[in-house]
Design a protein around this ligand. Structure first.
Ligand code: GLP
Length: 270
C-alpha cells in the first residue's frame, strides 16, 4: 500500500482526490459513485472542502451514494452527538446529495444485528463501495473495529474501549460518561471489500498507530494493519502523524523528502 505524508492540509488533498475520482467516473442515476464515509475530527476539513467544491460548482453530489462507517447505539438522529447529526451538519446540508442516497446505521433499531445485516445487503445492492474514506483511532481502530476485531468481520454491534470513549469525550463536552458504550460499525471485512481505500491520520496522537504500519506485522491487535492486505489502499497523514516511523519506511520517506524538498506530499510504499 502507499503512505502519503503531506505538509499541506490533508483534508484539502482528500477532498481534491474525491472530486477527481468522481469527475473521472462520470456518475449517472443508473451508475452512481458509491462512497464510504467516516466521522471524527480528522475529516472535518475534508468535509469543509467538499462543501466548498460544491458551492463553487466543482462537485455535483446528485449521483453520489454514501454509506457511513458507524453510529453510536442509543443516540437518535436528532441528538447532536450522533453521527447522523454530524453528517447532516458537516456534509449533507451543504451539498445537493438526495437524502435517499445517504445511508447510516440505525443505532436506535430494536434489532441491532438485523439492522447491521440489512446494511450489508444495502451496500451490496448499491454495487459495493467504490472509495471508502476513513479515519484511524489512537489505538489503530478502523471505523469502530477495536483491536482484536477479525479482518473478516462484518457490520455488527460493538463495544467501545475505554480509551476510545475517552478520546471521543471531546465531542460530548468532555464528559466521558455521556459517550455511549456501544456502537454499530461496518466490519473490517466490509471495509476491505471496497475497491479503493483512503484513510487519513492527523496529529501526534495517531503516530503510534501509523508507525505500526511501518513495522511489517499484520495483526488484528492493530486493525489499521488490515489496510496492508488491500490491493488499492492509501494512508494519508500529516507530518506529525508520521514522526514515529522506523526502519526502511522512515529511510524511504527521508530519501523522498531530501530528493523533493519543495514537494507538498511525499509518497512511499509500505
Ligand atoms: C472515531 C470514529 C472513527 C474515526 C476515529 C478517529 O472513534 N468512530 O471512525 O476514524 O475514531 O477519530 P478522530 O478523527 O476524531 O481522531
Amino acid at each position: 500500500m502507499r503512505l502519503l505524508v503531506s505538509r499541506q492540509n490533508i483534508g484539502l488533498w482528500a477532498a481534491t482526490y474525491i472530486q477527481q475520482q468522481v469527475a473521472s467516473f462520470l456518475p449517472s442515476e443508473s451508475r452512481p459513485f458509491v462512497l464510504g464515509l467516516p466521522t471524527g475530527g480528522t475529516v472535518l476539513d475534508m468535509y469543509a472542502y467538499l462543501r466548498r467544491f460544491y458551492a463553487q460548482g466543482q462537485l455535483d453530489f446528485s449521483h453520489i451514494v454514501t454509506f457511513n462507517m458507524d453510529e453510536y447505539v442509543g443516540l437518535p438522529p436528532s441528538d447532536p452527538h450522533s453521527y447522523h447529526a454530524y453528517m447532516k451538519t458537516n456534509l449533507f446540508d451543504g451539498v445537493n446529495i438526495p437524502p435517499q442516497n445517504t445511508h447510516l446505521l440505525d443505532g436506535m433499531a430494536a434489532d441491532l444485528q438485523q439492522t447491521c445485516d440489512d446494511y450489508e445487503t444495502r451496500i451490496r445492492a448499491a454495487g459495493g463501495i467504490r472509495l471508502f474514506l476513513g479515519g484511524v483511532g489512537r489505538n489503530g481502530h478502523l471505523a469502530f473495529n477495536e483491536p482484536g476485531s477479525a479482518f473478516t468481520s462484518r457490520t455488527r454491534p460493538v463495544t467501545l474501549e475505554p480509551g476510545t470513549r475517552r478520546a471521543n469525550a471531546r465531542f460530548f463536552d468532555g464528559n466521558e460518561k455521556e459517550v455511549p458504550t456501544q456502537a454499530l460499525s461496518v466490519g473490517i471485512g466490509t471495509v476491505l471489500d471496497a475497491r479503493e481505500l483512503l484513510f487519513l491520520a492527523c496529529g501526534e496522537q495517531k503516530a503510534a498507530a501509523v508507525a505500526r504500519l511501518s513495522q511489517g506485522e499484520i495483526t488484528p491487535a492493530w486493525p489499521i494493519t488490515a489496510l496492508k492486505t488491500h490491493p488499492n489502499a492509501t494512508l494519508l497523514t500529516d507530518e506529525a502523524a508520521a514522526t514515529l516511523l522506523t526502519g526502511s519506511v522512515k529511510q524511504a520517506l527521508q530519501h523522498e523528502q531530501a530528493k523533493y524538498p519543495q514537494a507538498t506530499v511525499w509518497q512511499v510504499q509500505i
